[in-house]
Design a protein. Sequence first.
Lengths: 274, 274, 274, 274, 274
Amino acid sequence: MKAATAIGIGATCALILMAGIMEGVSPPALINIAAAMIVFGGTSGAVFASVGMKRFMLIPKLYIKAFTAEYADKSARVSTLVNFAERARKDGLLALEEDIESIEDPFLKKGMQLVVDGTDPDLLYEILDSEIDAMTARHKDGHSVFEKGGGLAPTIGVLGTVVSLIHVLGNLSAPETLGPLIAGAFLATLYGVGSANVVFYPVCYTLQALSAAEADERRLVLEGIMAIQAGDNPRVAQEKLLSYLSPEQRAVILGDDGKGGGSSASEPAAAQAA
Amino acid sequence: MKAATAIGIGATCALILMAGIMEGVSPPALINIAAAMIVFGGTSGAVFASVGMKRFMLIPKLYIKAFTAEYADKSARVSTLVNFAERARKDGLLALEEDIESIEDPFLKKGMQLVVDGTDPDLLYEILDSEIDAMTARHKDGHSVFEKGGGLAPTIGVLGTVVSLIHVLGNLSAPETLGPLIAGAFLATLYGVGSANVVFYPVCYTLQALSAAEADERRLVLEGIMAIQAGDNPRVAQEKLLSYLSPEQRAVILGDDGKGGGSSASEPAAAQAA
Amino acid sequence: MKAATAIGIGATCALILMAGIMEGVSPPALINIAAAMIVFGGTSGAVFASVGMKRFMLIPKLYIKAFTAEYADKSARVSTLVNFAERARKDGLLALEEDIESIEDPFLKKGMQLVVDGTDPDLLYEILDSEIDAMTARHKDGHSVFEKGGGLAPTIGVLGTVVSLIHVLGNLSAPETLGPLIAGAFLATLYGVGSANVVFYPVCYTLQALSAAEADERRLVLEGIMAIQAGDNPRVAQEKLLSYLSPEQRAVILGDDGKGGGSSASEPAAAQAA
Amino acid sequence: MKAATAIGIGATCALILMAGIMEGVSPPALINIAAAMIVFGGTSGAVFASVGMKRFMLIPKLYIKAFTAEYADKSARVSTLVNFAERARKDGLLALEEDIESIEDPFLKKGMQLVVDGTDPDLLYEILDSEIDAMTARHKDGHSVFEKGGGLAPTIGVLGTVVSLIHVLGNLSAPETLGPLIAGAFLATLYGVGSANVVFYPVCYTLQALSAAEADERRLVLEGIMAIQAGDNPRVAQEKLLSYLSPEQRAVILGDDGKGGGSSASEPAAAQAA
Amino acid sequence: MKAATAIGIGATCALILMAGIMEGVSPPALINIAAAMIVFGGTSGAVFASVGMKRFMLIPKLYIKAFTAEYADKSARVSTLVNFAERARKDGLLALEEDIESIEDPFLKKGMQLVVDGTDPDLLYEILDSEIDAMTARHKDGHSVFEKGGGLAPTIGVLGTVVSLIHVLGNLSAPETLGPLIAGAFLATLYGVGSANVVFYPVCYTLQALSAAEADERRLVLEGIMAIQAGDNPRVAQEKLLSYLSPEQRAVILGDDGKGGGSSASEPAAAQAA
């Protein structure tokens, strides 16, 4: 599902609010401008100081990515790559040149172009591999911003609570106002713990999972491209690529094109091998 | 024992409840709908936001697995593989073809099929090895869901307690109701800490142990298949595979078929080598 | 932006102070000499005891570095190295000798000198690689000082609070002074948590990021130097080096010099490959 | 010393009890059946749920091991292996056959048997190396049980305290009983923190140290066996094996048999090289 | 500076005491025999149970080492090794024999002896490398004792506080004595947190830094010895060894002997390459 992260965060916030109301908390009692300034402003400032302007400015883009990105369809990639392998086997590597224009994924396109250009296999592997590593490092620059936010927010929340308590404790002479004041002091902790666990960490985990999935998909593409260049038998190439898929995805692919192909004995096995 | 995880969780909950009753806690005092909503709903929401729909939907299946799965019988695998190695030595690799149909384990079946198909050893190793790695990665997707739940639940419990305390502190004018209200506030912490330590982490650890045991068993099978394909002496193959077993399991196997075999001097040694 | 760390720290402190004033805290109430002595003096003492005089004396230099250092311009490095590669291809390695004088970066200068001196490629790689490792180790000596400070400050803050509370609790006979005294006790916690999260960790993270960026830039230079020495085709060298840049940086470089160069088909692909 | 772990645990418990009595705590006030049920029962249940029946049943055996096991005498192993190397040099590998019967250590016995059987060196290394790895993995299964106990006990202690506090707070109407009730509630925390730090972690660390020492000793034996099979000069073999010993142990061995041997110049150096 | 650790610990303790007195704490109020017994006795007991007699007895020696040890002078080592390399180049390896007697460092002495004895380079590397690894492992046995102490002390401090609070809460009938009693209870936390952060961790970090510096110095020596044995050009050997030094140390060495030597173009570069 596309917007799981946004839905999860929204639902959690709504649920906590609802439960609070059920207990008798009035929603305005949960709002405190000063506490919000300390926690959200302070966390932003500390994150800004930690990661610098350039990475800080990525935050809106990363939120959008976490809220809308979809995982790549690895099954489709396997089919595409096996088709290329069949074509290369039949008509030679150069026959793939006309297909390259229609490839949308830039990584696959670049890889196929390098194959058609006759790049040396070792160099081809090195270029694509360091491209994947560099992408992973860039992604880490992104999601680590949220990891730092998740680590800093609760302690800055505690800091906000301590600041408020210092005010409260300096004015013990008016005991009838004490309860609401202490309650207000705890709001900073609430904001800090809540934003870390309901927003920052889930967004960070989602970005990590997206990054891992994208790297995994590119490794699949890299392995497929190497097999195409080496002129591997398309069935052998498929066998290698299938290990990147889950058993369910494999069953679909093998059910699709298995009818016309050989080596049928290994198919039910592969389909069950979870 | 098959259902250790379920029994352990159930017994722990019963025990804590009993001890509470012994101390004078009335069981209804331990139930608070709003706190449960915050902790279980909030944790579910945050986990959902962290891992996405697809992995979230695995949770029921993973509970069933943690509660019912049994560890693979590695001793039986060793016997099977040594038998195959003996047969391959005597009658050639192709003689194994008829045995493949009766293999139940899909991984072993796939591997043996690849051997009989005459796959190149390096390719065979690569395919099976990346199959094991992919399985481990898939398993990690599963048990990390519970790990995230175990990490989030206690802090969301604290968050629930803070929400309740904010309500309590805003109403200090009625001191006679204060005790039960504060008690109720702590229920959220209780639910959070309890579910993490009594349910989420034990389930996570059980799934991790199952995954490690399955990977270990498949490494054993992989090593056995490579030995069969290489035409190793069955006794050498057995010697290699035995290092995957505990000393007790080895003693059983060596006691069973050691009578007719050679190299008897190394058997007592192996049986004791713990 | 150059001074992100200083600005972030300053803004966060100002913001927390402002929020405190909004809540009614009088700024002088946030100052406590004894608490500051315990937290800042105690943390300094414990850090000094942990890292020794020599590394302790680096602290002012490291603050200046974290507050003013800029990330290296990797795009410019790629252009320089590709230019060298083209020149070496055309006129031979020795033609680079006159360019060496004008190189400002000492690492690139040393590497080019070694190339011109005809150093053996393996030895060249070994010398430059161990230079990078040694730099990373020296940097770690630096930023780990702040990491230790960030770890020690909050607990020493708690220690200061406990010391104050011991005084407070020993004088319960004057309840009217109790509030401000307890408030004062919490200042030590405030100082400890605040300095760790707003100063020490952000400075540590900034230094880590600077160190990683510098090591990354030097790896790029090392790869470029190896390619120059090996007499690689300048376009192949550029292709390798581009993987160190972000897609945006690549687009700029390829837009710049792509017009006159060959292999144009791979450029849009590379520009998009993020 | 053999029983350091048991003595350390006993002394610590006695000391804490004594200090408590000095402060005026009456020993019966430290006993609370319900708290003990929650903490020890609950931790046992959660550990049982985490590791399953088979590993849970190892606990008594592991306690005994932690309380009685002694570290292997590596010096004696070096002497034995150097003697074997000398004999093999003089009389050939087969001359060692009669010595094998008298070897007590099963690992050394198995290794020497494989040498005398004429096993291929690579296979020999592989079998013994995977035996060591399997032993380490089995040991980890053991000591990680205590590590999990040490992690779970304090939080289950907090959980027990919360359960008790819920009872206390529900009955604020009788303030004169409040103190002892709250004191009782804290006993669960005391039991949890105490058992983790005084029992579970020390036992876990002891088992880890024993496991590391045993693996280290077997690596020494493996290196010695490989040297014997390769027909190394006994003095070279000794030089290699000595690096596994501490400087003190080396001094003893070199003092013992150095008198009759050559290469005397390196002995004082080795004896001091700490 | 030699005694940085001792001075840092002493200054921190004095500072905390002074600040406490400034706040009005009377020094005797900070002394509590029972709390000290629990924290220092209990931590000692738990550490003893964790690491055994032999490693426990190392503690006094390790304190002395942390308080007095100095870092090795790596520059001097480089000079010595380059001198040896020059001599070996001119007069042959055997000419070094007479210099060996005057070497003080046992590791360098042993290595040079092995070189003069004509040991095979691979074996020489293996012996010296495993010597370094064994030293690092022995050192880790030492500083991990303090790491365990630093981890255990704060929780045992909490345990002591809980024991005291149990006593206090059992005697709420005398409210006038309550304050000092609670204050006394917190002393155990103070002792635990203080000893961990002001003593155990700083000593542990100092020992870790000393161990890392010694291993680094021995790697330098190892590389130098390998270069001498290989008959490397002394300037190439120096170039390799310089990467182990900081830019300042390099500048000194190159300033010293650069005047008479060749390859002057690389010196300013190396001096600046920080």
